[in-house]
Design a protein around this ligand. Sequence first.
Ligand code: ATP
Ligand code: MG
Length: 150
Amino acid sequence: VTVDLCTVAEEVITMLEMKASEKGLYLKLEMCNEAFVSANRDRIKQMVINLVDNAIKYTESGGVLLSITKDAPFIKMVVSDTGIGFDDTHKERLFERFYRVDKGRSRVQGGTGLGLSIVKHIVLLYKGKILVNSTPGKGTEFEIYLPGNE
Ligand code: ATP
Ligand code: MG
């Protein structure tokens, strides 16, 4: 099935904008064009939800931006936030099941540590890739590449 990532991203924003505005955060789809991927719609939506949910959860001021562009042969999605970030020592284990950066804080925040492992699983299922860059106290950026479908 062909999934329009722009529509999915808009749906996820509609779904999570209350959660963002309750914290005084912006949540915006910066740009989106030609973003068709051949995948299961529900899985793709779950992937976007998990990333945006994290971005809101681990951000205290500023907000979250999504951008979706064509980077042939891939569709590139960037989810960036102005949140708490984490240092490079966590990068390697971040996508492991149950891994959480700050155990004390994470207990207060709630969650199981499964979100990103599911994201990675979905990305690999569709032969994509995922990259992350983060700076403590500045924010985090996830880049997801999925094979495009003309
Ligand atoms: P769950 O998603 O199961 O509710 P979770 O959010 O703790 O729980 P993951 O989504 O797998 O689990 O994320 C793993 C850990 O990575 C988080 O606990 C958090 O420490 C860190 N993390 C994920 N996304 C971000 C982000 N955008 N900014 C800062 N830290 C993040
Ligand atoms: Mg999560």
